[in-house]
Design a binder for this molecule. Structure first.
Ligand code: ZN
Ligand code: ZN
Length: 55
């Protein structure tokens, strides 16, 4: 499975692949998810779009 264009690959993968978060201890936060949550998703981390427009 590949993330849809414009989606953050990391956030999408973590949302889709529950096994990633299953590895965390109970109550432990996912570092990469927290990073994107607080700092936003980096543009280079997003799946490429065919069109250059944002919307
Ligand atoms: Zn995560
Ligand atoms: Zn993200």
């Amino acid at each position: 499975m590949k993330p849809p264009p414009g989606q953050c690959r990391q956030c999408w993968t973590h949302a889709y692949d529950k096994s990633i978060h299953r590895r965390l201890k109970p109550g432990q936060d996912c570092g990469p998810c927290l990073d994107h949550l607080h700092n936003g998703c980096p543009p280079e981390g997003k799946a490429p779009k065919k069109q250059s427009s944002w919307w």
